[in-house]
Design a protein around this ligand. Structure first.
Ligand code: ACO
Length: 320
C-alpha cells in the first residue's frame, strides 16, 4: 500500500505587503531584500483571518481539485507553528469548518518543515491501512509572530496555506521520505515566548528571533546532505528528478540546492518572490502553483524538501 496525491489547493490572503511598504516601516531597501532573499512581496492575513481560516480555504480547494466532498476525508492533519489557539488544535478547527465529524484531526509543529512532517505522518497512516484519504495542510500566519521593528526578520515572512489530498494507492505516490531534527540549535531560530515560558520571558506576545546568517549555513549544509541521501537511498540519477519543490526561505539557499542536484533553475518551482517565507505553507503552495499552471504533469518525479526552526528538516520523493 502506498499513498498518492490526488488534489492540491492553496489560499493566499488578499492583502499584499511590498518591499516598498517595508521601507516605510524599518531601515531597509527593496534592493537589499530582493538581492539577499529574492522576495518582492508577501501576503498578510486580515485581522479577522486566523490560521485555521487560511487552512480551511486551502483544504477546500484541494478537496474540490480531487473531485471529492469533505465527507470523503477520513484524516485531517495540519502542519503549523502559528495555531489560532492552544487548543482546540487547528486540525479540529478545520475539520469543524469543513463539516466533517469523527475523523482524527490534529496539528503538529515543526516550523518550516511542518508540511513535510505532516505529509510523512499521513503517508504512514495510509500505508498501514488505517486511513484511506487524508487532508494534509501547511498553514501559517507568520505575520502574527513578527517583531515589526526588527528588520532582520520582518522582511522575510508571509502568510498563506497549502494543502494536498493523499489517497491510498497500489503504486507510489510517495516513493521515499526522510525526516530529521537537531534541537541543539535553539538559539539560532526560535519564538521568544510561549505558553509555559511567558511568565519568565516577561512577554505575552511571542516574536520570531533568528540569527539569519548562521541559520543559512546550517540550512545549506543540512539540505545538501539531505538531497544526497535521497539520491543514494533510491539509487537514482540526479537527472531523473523532474521538479525540485523546495521550502521557499531564501533564493540563495534554493540556488545552492539546484546546483547540488545539477538541476537547471527552470526545473525548480519558485514562489519566494511573491509569497516570502510562509514556513509550513511554502512547499504545498509551491506544489499547487506548479500543478495548476501545468508545469508539473502526472508521472513526473518530484523532490520536496524543507528546513526550519528546531532545527527540523525533511524530504519526500514523489511520483506525481
Ligand atoms: N535591510 C537592510 N539591511 C539589513 C536587513 C534589512 N532588512 N537585515 C539585515 N541587514 C544588514 C545586517 O545588519 C548586516 O549589516 P552589517 O554588515 O552592517 O552588520 C548586513 O545586512 C548583512 O546581514 P546578514 O545577516 O549577514 O545577511 P545575509 O546575507 O546572511 O542575509 C538572511 C540575511 C536573508 C536572513 C539570510 O541569512 C537567510 O535567508 N538566512 C536563512 C533563513 C532561513 O532559512 N530560515 C529557516 C527557515 S525560517 C523558520 O523555520 C521559521
Amino acid at each position: 500500500m502506498y499513498s498518492r496525491i490526488i488534489g492540491t489547493g492553496k489560499y493566499l490572503p488578499e492583502k499584499i505587503l511590498t518591499n516598498f511598504d517595508l521601507e516605510k516601516m524599518v531601515d531597509t531597501t527593496d534592493e537589499w531584500i530582493r538581492t539577499r532573499t529574492g522576495i518582492e512581496h508577501r501576503h498578510i492575513a486580515a485581522d479577522n483571518e486566523a490560521t485555521s481560516d487560511l487552512a480551511y480555504k486551502a483544504g477546500l480547494a484541494a478537496i474540490e481539485d480531487a473531485g471529492l466532498t469533505a465527507a470523503d476525508i477520513d484524516f485531517v492533519l495540519v502542519g503549523t507553528t502559528t495555531p489560532d489557539l492552544i487548543f482546540p488544535n487547528v486540525g479540529c478547527l478545520v475539520q469543524e469548518k469543513l463539516g466533517i465529524r469523527g475523523t482524527p484531526a490534529f496539528s503538529l509543529e515543526a516550523a518550516c518543515s511542518g508540511f513535510l512532517y505532516a505529509l510523512v505522518v499521513a503517508d504512514q497512516f495510509i500505508r498501514t491501512g488505517q486511513v484511506r484519504r487524508a487532508l494534509v495542510i501547511g498553514a501559517e500566519t507568520m505575520s502574527r509572530i513578527m517583531d515589526w521593528t526588527d528588520r532582520e526578520t520582518c522582511v522575510l515572512f508571509g502568510d498563506g496555506a497549502g494543502a494536498v489530498i493523499l489517497e491510498a494507492a497500489e503504486e507510489p505516490g510517495i516513493i521515499y521520505s526522510t525526516l530529521g531534527a537537531d534541537g541543539r540549535y535553539r538559539e539560532l531560530l526560535y519564538a521568544s515566548s510561549g505558553v509555559s515560558t511567558r511568565h519568565r520571558e516577561n512577554s505575552d506576545i511571542p516574536a520570531l528571533r533568528m540569527k539569519g546568517n548562521e541559520v543559512f549555513k546550517v540550512a545549506v549544509r543540512t539540505l545538501e546532505s539531505l538531497v544526497d541521501d535521497v539520491i543514494a537511498k533510491n539509487n537514482i540519477e540526479k537527472g531523473q528528478i523532474d521538479w525540485l519543490i523546495p521550502h521557499q526561505a531564501n533564493i540563495r539557499i534554493i540556488n545552492a540546492m539546484a546546483k547540488r542536484l545539477e538541476m537547471p533553475m527552470e526545473r525548480v518551482v519558485l514562489t519566494v518572490k511573491t509569497h516570502g517565507n510562509t514556513s509550513a505553507a511554502s512547499v504545498p503552495m509551491a506544489l499547487d502553483t506548479a500543478i495548476r499552471d501545468g508545469r508539473i504533469k502526472r508521472g513526473d518525479m518530484l523532490l520536496l524538501e524543507a528546513f526550519g526552526g528546531g532545527f527540523t528538516w525533511g524530504a519526500c520523493l514523489i511520483r506525481y
